[in-house]
Design a protein. Structure first.
Length: 476
């Protein structure tokens, strides 16, 4: 059988048969890596200008190629660009289109470059952008939690451990706990982004180039602090993507916990909140239903982002240096996690902003006198009783109230003396919701002043971070 024609692939020179169509489909990534198009164009422009600056292409050739790259950008923006799977990936599709637009000079675009350093560069640029977008969306959620918390500084509900009513807290305090988590998520994304500051471009396939490329030039133009000084690390590593995925997975776990509370709290059993109609859905069968599908989906989607992280960790763990085609599997998990995280942040921000809070139901649940039992034990501690002994005595008093179905606060001083002689007053005098909240004045406690101060600090920190963002479009 005579050799088949070799097709139009840039690497087809040493091949005598054309690619099997199933292999073409199997190896193609253009269906998803088209998301990198704008970063690929940015990288190519920087590369072409660098080639001109070192004399590898003339000024005219450089301008021709830049003109062609601009035309491709317009085609992409106006949905006229053809994503041909035969061209494998977005990088080859753009290069091939450049050839069609500007002729043989396009053959100089890939001078000194490999798709290995090209794709690593594009991916780093993409990651930096989504890390910024996710930070901003997290800060916006924080701003809404702080605003709603401020509105509910005096709304009291039970704080829970083991999902059992434990001690009274302010709703602002409860939501500030999430603000703390989301602020650390912002910090993680910010750190990850700051570490993506070494440009892979110029690393070639793995060992650099014999040509006099100026790696500082492309690094600078693309906003990196410097070129990656090790060409093998530059093409083989994906820990920048792993850091994004781990920060995204952690943020999704935080969102999922907040979502779980909205699901619980909006049930008739709790009745603490009601989701706005705009953030709820109905049942196709039961006309009475108003379902918390939005928080449920957020909770469900945290699973896929955790999966995205595990997928890429698993792709990387057995790979010998340097580039292996397995690395093409880095993209879909990252694209999926980025889209999922940003979508979830958007809907959760809206759900919290429009949430109706049933302060009466929360207050009713918080007025359970058993929530004050710890304070009764601490009243004994103030009389010099060892805490363990006080705990035991109050435990017996609580047991008595449960058995007799009486309110803990109804115990007189004499009743209390039956459990411990050191009780200084009646339970009614020793216990109140107000003093339970207000006497916890130490850092992190429930006193109004503390929580208000925390709200103020968080509000200025978030506003400053958002303003900083607007100023440099970079890190918070
Ligand atoms: N589409 C490939 C990827 O995303 C580009 C790199 C191909 N390099 C190669 N040596 N085959 O990883």
């Amino acid at each position: 059988m005579s050799p088949q024609p070799t097709g139009n692939k840039p690497w087809s020179g040493r091949f005598r048969e054309s690619t099997d169509p199933a292999v073409e489909r199997f190896t193609a990534s253009i269906d998803f890596d088209r998301a990198l198009a704008q970063y690929d164009l940015r990288g190519s422009r920087a590369h072409v200008r660098m080639l001109q600056s070192v004399g590898l292409v003339s000024a005219d050739e450089c301008n021709e190629m830049l003109r062609g790259l601009d035309a491709i950008e317009t085609e992409i923006q106006t949905a006229k660009f053809v994503y041909d799977p035969a061209l494998e990936d977005i990088h080859m599709a753009i290069e091939s289109r450049l050839g069609a637009l500007v002729g043989p000079v396009a053959g100089k675009l890939h001078t000194g470059r490999s798709r290995n350093d090209q794709v690593a560069t594009d991916f780093a640029l993409y990651l930096r952008d989504v890390e910024s977008a996710a930070q901003r969306a997290l800060l916006e959620l924080c701003a809404v939690l702080i605003e709603r918390g401020t509105e509910h500084l005096d709304t009291v509900l039970p704080g829970y451990t083991h999902l059992q009513r434990a001690q009274p807290v302010r709703l602002a305090h409860h939501w500030l706990a999430f603000v703390g988590m989301f602020q650390r998520d912002v910090g993680r994304l910010c750190d990850a982004r700051a570490r993506l500051d070494r440009a892979p471009l110029g690393a070639g396939a793995l060992a650099g180039s014999t040509l006099p490329l100026d790696r500082e030039h492309t690094a600078r133009e693309l906003g990196f602090a410097a070129p990656n000084p090790n060409s093998m690390d530059a093409v083989a590593s994906r820990d920048g993507a792993l850091e994004f995925l781990s920060a995204a997975a952690i943020a999704m776990v935080h969102l999922s916990r907040l979502a779980e509370e909205l699901v619980l709290w909006s049930s008739s059993e709790f009745g603490f909140v009601e989701l706005a109609d705009a953030y709820s859905t109905g049942s196709s069968l039961m006309p009475n239903k108003k379902n918390p599908d939005v928080p449920e989906l957020v909770r469900g989607k945290s699973g896929r982002v955790i999966g995205d992280l595990v997928a890429l960790l698993t792709v990387l763990k057995g790979l010998p240096l340097t580039y292996n085609r397995d690395l093409q599997e880095d993209k879909e998990p990252v694209f999926d996690a980025a889209r999922t995280l940003c979508d979830c942040l958007e809907v959760m921000t809206g759900a919290i902003a429009t949430l109706r809070v049933n302060t009466a139901r929360m207050g009713e649940a918080a007025s359970d006198p058993m929530l004050l039992a710890t304070d009764l034990a601490e009243a004994l501690v103030r009389e010099g009783v060892p805490f363990r002994e006080a705990h035991e005595a109050v435990g017996r008093a609580v047991g008595h109230c449960v058995e007799k179905e009486v309110d803990l606060r109804s115990l007189s001083r004499e009743d209390l003396h039956g459990f411990h002689p050191a009780f200084p007053a009646s339970a009614g005098e020793l216990l109140s919701l107000e003093s339970a909240l207000e006497s916890r004045k130490l850092i992190g406690g429930t006193a109004r002043e503390n929580v208000e101060q925390n709200l103020n600090q968080a509000r200025s920190a978030v506003a400053a971070a958002l303003a900083n963002f607007d100023a440099d479009r970079g890190n918070a």
